[in-house]
Design a protein around this ligand. Sequence first.
Ligand code: FES
Length: 106
Amino acid sequence: PRIIFRNAQGQDTPVEAAMGDSLMLTAVSNGLAEIVGECGGSAMCATCHVYVSPEHADVIPTRKPIETEMLESAAAEVTQNSRLSCQIVVTPEMDGMVVLLPDRQY
Ligand code: FES
């Protein structure tokens, strides 16, 4: 599926995501510096913070308690759409999904 990462300046980077990869890994392996993923994907750092588009809320599993907890230490503003991208696994239904990147992770 094609995932569109949109940075804080509104610039889009469409990437072809591999099924089963996390959104964090997808972003990092495509060179998107806005996602750090310092803990390697174990929901321990909040440097993979993203905002998911409400239109795709139905294809994204709901936020786990650990995410809500970790997001408290996220650098950028946390909203209802805030997620840890390492906890979202790419599925075919995510084709065309826009993922907003925060302006900072530290
Ligand atoms: Fe550390 Fe997602 S990579 S919480």
